[in-house]
Design a protein around this ligand. Structure first.
Ligand SMILES: *Cc1c(COP(=O)(O)O)cnc(C)c1O
Length: 360
């Protein structure tokens, strides 16, 4: 068996020990005589998995007791509508900062449901920075203030959170989930698709402060209503059982490593290896303002379209796969989520060094 270094932005690498454990338990989970893929979500044995995953997530992220953890489906994209449907019900106003493609989608979706203000955008800088905010532009009576914490396509991350006072801060953390410690109490809602850093596709996690539950519009679809989901322990309907099980194994792996502080050190180290090499290189460049650089998605270009294409092709042949940038921006992107070992990043840097000397 030979495994590649997979730099995909998502779905992406999972820890090998988690995959091995899932393989070992595939036909007979914990003496139940069934695979997790086959079992009823209402069974005792499955309850231990879903509640275990929620308990572990609370421990690992330090989620305060006045927040609920919801396991839902529909991807992060469904939350672009679910958030306004659930909480855009006071003044009917919300503030959005548009820092990339997913923030744009969220902003557009929310406009269907209320009075949405674009507080700032870095579109004119091709999303290569997180914009500086003018608090005077914030809507004082907004129902919430929305950001995308890590911009997967453009490789940026918020260096500091906006100070929104009593207005709940809502953040899409799809691509920074579990990559570093986060003070959950600073947010009203945190949400993300699991397929970047937490589990296989199919699971979306919503962490929501209790006072924001129960405010939904009357015409909200029941499966999107946070109150229905919370009251039914994320089992109003069938949850994504398998993905939740892998999420639990990933959380156990994180705990064994020493938690999010240790992961953050590893992630900073991996990102620094790449950025330091790129900054010193005469061929490769990264367009992102250093303070705003993502530690999960590192974008770079080689100087010409021909060199970019050659790089992607030769990298794939050498076992560095899915390193092509998003179709909307081109170039390259190395997504280095938690499960990417430091050896993978070191090997990529060596490959880039050799590529540069061959081609200059
Ligand atoms: C991948 C991604 C999404 C879209 O997630 P889906 O689960 O495919 O809907 C949204 N936001 C961010 C930041 C992402 O990285």
């Amino acid at each position: 068996m030979s495994r590649v270094f997979n730099f995909s932005a998502g779905p992406s690498m999972l820890p090998e020990s988690v995959l091995n454990r899932a393989a070992a338990e595939m036909l007979d989970y914990n003496g139940s005589g069934q695979s997790v893929m086959e079992m009823s979500h209402r069974s005792k044995v499955y309850e231990e998995i879903i509640f275990g995953a929620q308990r572990l997530l609370r421990e690992v992220m330090g989620i305060p007791s006045n927040y609920k953890i919801l396991f839902v489906q529909g991807g992060a994209s469904l939350q672009f509508a679910a958030i306004p449907l659930n909480i855009l019900t006071g003044s009917g106003k919300a503030d959005y900062v548009v820092t990339g493609q997913f923030a744009t989608k969220a902003y557009q979706e929310a406009q269907k449901y209320g009075d949405i203000k674009l507080v700032a955008t870095s579109k004119a800088q091709t999303f290569s920075v997180i914009p500086t905010l003018d608090p005077a532009a914030f809507t004082p009576d907004a129902d919430y203030f929305y950001i995308c914490h890590n911009n997967t396509i453009f490789g940026t991350r918020w260096p500091n959170l906006p100070q929104t006072g009593d207005v709940p801060l809502v953040a899409d953390i799809s691509s920074s989930f579990l990559s570093e410690p986060m003070d959950v109490s600073k947010f009203g809602i945190l949400f993300g698709g699991a397929q970047k850093n937490v589990a296989p596709a199919g699971l979306t996690v919503v962490i929501v402060r209790e006072d924001l539950i129960g405010k939904a519009r009357k015409d909200i679809p029941t499966v999107m209503d946070y109150k229905q989901i919370a009251d039914n322990d994320s089992m109003y309907n069938t949850p994504p059982c398998w993905s939740i099980y892998i999420c639990k194994l990933v959380l156990e792996w994180i705990q064994q490593l020493g938690g999010l502080t240790v992961l953050k050190q590893q992630n900073d180290h991996k990102a620094k290896l790449l950025y330091d090499f790129i900054d010193a290189s005469a061929m490769f460049t990264n367009p992102v303002a250093p303070a705003c650089r993502s530690i999960m998605n590192v974008t770079f270009v080689a100087g010409s379209d021909a060199l970019n294409d050659l790089f992607v092709k030769e990298a794939a042949a050498a076992g560095f796969v899915n390193i092509k940038g998003h179709r909307s921006v081109g170039g390259m992107r190395a997504s280095i989520y938690n499960a990417m070992p430091v050896e993978g990043v070191e090997a990529l840097v060596e490959f880039m060094r050799a590529f540069e000397s061959r081609n200059s």
